[in-house]
Write a protein that binds this ligand. Structure first.
Ligand SMILES: [Zn+2]
Ligand SMILES: [Zn+2]
Length: 197
């Protein structure tokens, strides 16, 4: 399925410029999900020679993440849904490319088997999307450190499988019921929760 990138950027840029609050930011993410879901499913099905369907995005949370820009979490019993978390720090005028790269990185996790992590299918999917749409999705950009996390976080969640760490301000569903979820990077359901303050 073709995706008209010129039209896409022309729609995204003003929406990002106008984004003032979380409702606006959610609308920007919805725009990216809407534009990329069908083209990504079709492109990845061809590239990986298997039917690929993006899990239904059950929730998309906005974070204050500075250590990582995005995460994708699956249910422990993979029921075809996922939860995304995207950092508010990506939402500023002119940052549309980085924002799209991070959302697409998490969407790739949402397309692939729970244990794939950043494995060979992930790399193939990433390269195909970058080629087809002129993106610069990276394996680690969405999780890489850009500075010290502020002291404002209350909970630190570490995946016992791959060591990936997430920070939360509030005791959300994952913090309260970690056994219901699994890490989209390694497929394990072994989160350790640490209360920071
Ligand atoms: Zn993990
Ligand atoms: Zn990742």
């Amino acid at each position: 399925m073709a995706l008209d990138m010129t039209a896409f950027w022309a729609e995204l840029s003003p929406a990002l410029d106008r984004a003032q609050d979380d409702a606006d930011r959610q609308a920007v993410i919805a725009l990216i999900l809407r534009a990329f879901t069908a083209p990504m499913e079709s492109l990845l099905s061809q590239t990986l020679c298997r039917p690929i369907a993006l899990r239904r995005v059950e929730a998309c949370r906005l974070t204050r993440g500075v250590r990582q820009y995005g995460t994708c979490t699956l249910r422990r019993r993979d029921d075809g849904t996922c939860r995304l978390a995207i950092s508010r720090n990506l939402f500023f005028p002119g940052n549309e490319r980085n924002l799209v790269d991070v959302v697409c990185h998490e969407m790739i996790h949402a397309c692939l088997p729970a244990r794939e992590g950043h494995g060979p299918l992930f790399h193939e999917a990433l390269a195909a999307l970058n080629r087809a749409y002129g993106l610069r999705i990276a394996v680690h950009s969405s999780e890489s450190a850009i500075g010290e996390a502020g002291a404002f976080y209350r909970y630190k969640v570490t995946c016992g499988g791959c060591g990936h760490t997430f920070y939360y301000l509030r005791a959300g569903a994952l913090v309260r019921h970690p056994r219901r979820y699994r890490c989209a990077r390694c497929g394990k359901s072994r989160f350790a929760i640490e209360k920071l303050r």
